[in-house]
Design a binder for this molecule. Structure first.
Ligand SMILES: NC(=O)c1ccc[n+]([C@@H]2O[C@H](COP(=O)([O-])OP(=O)(O)OC[C@H]3O[C@@H](n4cnc5c(N)ncnc54)[C@H](OP(=O)(O)O)[C@@H]3O)[C@@H](O)[C@H]2O)c1
Length: 244
């Protein structure tokens, strides 16, 4: 992997990639991590992001997560992508403990419906019990099922899940380094609430043939971010943007 803007080294290994994605020493910080095609699609024809990603993009994806406290994801992504258990490598777990973090990041799933794969490895095998963020009054049977699973269910006090509630819930639990891995619906809400501090965006050198649907709602004004670096390998661009 090569740096074409923003860092001193030309070739990057896993630890150098990790060093290219530092977290601030203190305070909440929300990173948006996404891969997009040239025509703006978030998934390939199979409905999965893997088909528009690559091993180098995966290297960045892993690095961005390695010292996160929480991985914030929408239920649609969990259902589509079949997330596995969230664990850390031994060396990372040790480094995390040394700096006062939990051994591995906590997965935090946004789901009003509570239609989630409760028997999957994500719930049974993740180091930290998953957090599930839901509304005041989800379906009773779904709530009962969620409570049986190895998960901590947190309910908002309304029928919505405002992005500010999502981020505050994590921060109140000491989870201040947050990677929001999407999907598009969740990321749109978090961006619209002005809560994105950093965007780690991979531009995948391909067309998917389906793009964003034009929307009428959005921010009143576009928000500019500063480009910190661009990593490139195999035609992929991995960009790190930070709020000025
Ligand atoms: N390119 C990438 O980097 C990337 C990253 C992630 C996902 N993806 C792809 O994106 C697709 C899924 O997209 P998506 O937009 O449906 O994903 P999503 O945001 O992960 O899931 C949408 C679901 O999450 C819950 N949710 C999300 N935001 C919410 C909010 N603000 N308030 C209340 N509930 C909220 C709802 O859950 P309930 O249905 O449980 O009520 C909603 O139906 C998949 O094809 C996936 O592969 C791509």
């Amino acid at each position: 992997m090569q740096v074409i803007f923003g860092a001193e080294r030309d070739e990057l290994d896993d630890d150098a990639v990790l060093a290219a994605y530092p977290w601030p020493e203190e305070g909440p910080w929300v990173r948006a991590m996404m891969v997009t095609t040239l025509d703006g699609a978030a998934a390939g024809p199979d409905g999965l992001s893997g088909s528009i990603s690559s091993s180098v993009d995966k290297t960045v994806f892993d690095a961005v997560r390695r010292h996160a406290d929480a991985v914030l994801v929408g239920a649609g992504t969990i259902r589509a992508e079949g997330y596995g258990a969230l664990r850390a490598k031994d060396a990372d777990a040790e480094a995390r403990r040394a700096q006062g973090q939990a051994q591995a990041p906590v997965i935090a799933i946004v789901s009003p419906s509570l239609d989630l794969p409760w028997d999957s490895e994500l719930f049974t095998g993740s180091t930290e019990p998953p957090l599930v963020l839901t509304t005041r009054a989800p379906d009773e049977a779904a709530l009962a099922r969620a409570r049986e699973a190895r998960a901590t269910v947190v309910q908002s006090d309304s029928d919505d899940l405002p992005p500010r509630f999502l981020v505050d819930t994590l921060v109140q639990r000491g989870l201040r380094r947050i990677v929001c891995e999407g999907g598009p619906r969740l990321l749109e809400a978090v961006a619209r609430a002005g809560l994105v501090d950093e965007a780690d965006i991979t531009v995948s050198p391909m067309f998917a043939g389906h793009a964003h649907v034009t929307r009428t709602e959005g921010l009143d004004h576009v928000v500019g971010f500063d480009l910190v670096h661009v990593l490139t390998a195999e035609g992929f661009l991995m960009c790190r943007y930070v709020r000025p």
